[in-house]
Design a protein around this ligand. Sequence first.
Ligand code: NAP
Length: 194
Amino acid sequence: MRKLTYFIACSIDGFIGDPSGDASSMYRFVDEEFLDYLKSQYPETVSTAGRLQLGIHGVRNQKFDTVIQGRASYQLALDVNITSPYAQLRELVASRTMKESPDPNVELVSGDVVNRVRELKAEESGLGIWLCGGSQLAGELLDEIDELVIKTYPLVYGSGMPMFGSDFADTEFMLDSVAAFDNGVLVRTYSRKR
Ligand SMILES: NC(=O)c1ccc[n+]([C@@H]2O[C@H](COP(=O)([O-])OP(=O)(O)OC[C@H]3O[C@@H](n4cnc5c(N)ncnc54)[C@H](OP(=O)(O)O)[C@@H]3O)[C@@H](O)[C@H]2O)c1
């Protein structure tokens, strides 16, 4: 079985964006040192447009070959006329309202999203599945998450969009590694304790 990894940016107090989900205040921490880390360790998580700008368009995927996101997260790309924000990956979007995929690289999941993720996990591949977000989809897929990669930015929001839009549940993870950067960013990797 391959892994479902929730690779996500959040504040110190565990929010993935402001109350509307806007995460743009985190972008200022993507400085040269941290960007070099992302480019070498997680290049496929940089948007296709960003990869072009950075000159890493042809770089091989390191951790993931598939991404799944909720429609509200995907909407941010659609709003700027991008239908395949992560063209270097196979893309799935969970939605009950979209009737037709706007892009041949994007598969819509309108039925049982947990079951679709289980099917993806059962596929043979050396690379994993990136759960991109947002909060609602991550809450629904919490039981399927095998790994967390949490990019924590040195910001306290006080309130905002939580990492998981789900009911209270005590779910244990084991810390695998911590990478610390000069600007205060931490990347913590946890495995699910089953
Ligand atoms: N900090 C970060 O790294 C990060 C990463 C990603 C996203 N975000 C933020 O997260 C925000 C969006 O999060 P969100 O929680 O509002 O929404 P979301 O999880 O991205 O998307 C929710 C939508 O997904 C669809 N959906 C959810 N469960 C489904 C199911 N079981 N079956 C079919 N469709 C399903 C529904 O779409 P329909 O309404 O079409 O049915 C639902 O409205 C954005 O503002 C974005 O900025 C932050």
